[in-house]
Design a protein around this ligand. Structure first.
Ligand SMILES: NC(=O)c1ccc[n+]([C@@H]2O[C@H](COP(=O)([O-])OP(=O)(O)OC[C@H]3O[C@@H](n4cnc5c(N)ncnc54)[C@H](OP(=O)(O)O)[C@@H]3O)[C@@H](O)[C@H]2O)c1
Length: 240
């Protein structure tokens, strides 16, 4: 399979599962994780895939680090080349509270991780995609974006803005470039446990199961291009 995937948020949950899936399919991946601990754990788990994996640890909201990673990808320092697909998996939920009771620092962080960071990354990356005539964005969204519900506060607002970002990119990117959002549905991850502590996780799909489904869809985007799904707001149930 030709083309490298850039995975933004690969430490835990869905991002880690997608990393596992892509490397298992021999798709080269560049990934960002937030902490050095998760970086070490990624390098340990995938020590046999070192040739196909480039991993870095920094906060995705750090614009200097973002610019420098994209510059180095554009300069061709990665033998796998420039990414043809970016999957924005990182997410942050402070908890499920009435919006009025949320701390403003938590709301700011939710907006920063779920929206402002993807905005900056996609704005920079899109310019390179245009230059190369190739590339697509898959933004991992949430069911609370199209259907706001009580107690999803800053997270819900940020995911709504993320879907607006993708819609704007879809309109402004020239063919064959593309952008879409995908709601992965409930998964047994740390974020879901925080949102629904009383829920039995064994009743939910695992992150690996959802990661495999989304990963196969991403392979089809790499193989056939994604313009046919440009601007879509997909649900996990829409995937084959
Ligand atoms: N779980 C669900 O049921 C569900 C449902 C709908 C939508 N989603 C969406 O699906 C995506 C994945 O969710 P998940 O359940 O896998 O979440 P998770 O278990 O909370 O994992 C979130 C991941 O994002 C990374 N991350 C957060 N902030 C970051 C930052 N500033 N820089 C780099 N990485 C950062 C975390 O890194 P660290 O490990 O370093 O903290 C972690 O790897 C999210 O966008 C979420 O909103 C999840």
């Amino acid at each position: 399979m030709n083309g490298m995937v850039l995975l933004l948020g690969a430490g835990r949950g869905l991002g880690r599962s997608l990393l596992r899936f892509f490397l298992g399919q021999q798709v080269p991946v560049s990934c960002v994780t937030r902490t050095n601990d998760s970086l070490t754990s990624i390098r340990r788990e995938f020590s046999k895939s070192q040739h196909g994996l480039k991993s870095e640890a920094f906060d995705l909201a750090d614009r200097e680090c973002t610019q420098s990673m994209i510059d180095s990808l554009a300069a061709g320092t990665n033998s796998a080349g420039f990414p043809v697909l970016v999957v924005y998996t990182a997410g942050f939920l402070s908890g499920r509270l009435n919006f009025l009771d949320e701390k403003i620092s938590d709301i700011d962080r939710e907006i920063e991780i779920n929206f402002r960071a993807p905005l900056y990354w996609s704005w920079l990356l899109s310019r390179h995609f245009v230059e190369r005539g190739k590339g697509g964005h898959v933004f991992i969204s949430s069911g609370v974006a199209p259907t706001p519900r009580p107690h999803w506060g800053g997270y819900g607002i940020a995911k709504g803005a993320l879907e607006a970002l993708s819609a704007q990119l879809a309109l402004d990117l020239p063919p064959p470039l593309y952008s879409l959002t995908l709601n992965p549905g409930g998964m047994a991850t740390d974020m879901r446990r925080l949102a629904y502590p009383e829920e039995d996780p064994t009743t939910l799909p695992t992150a690996d199961a959802t990661g495999e489904k989304i990963g196969r869809f991403c392979l089809s985007l790499i193989r056939d291009g994604g313009r046919r799904v440009n601007g879509k707001r997909l649900q996990i149930g829409d995937l084959p």
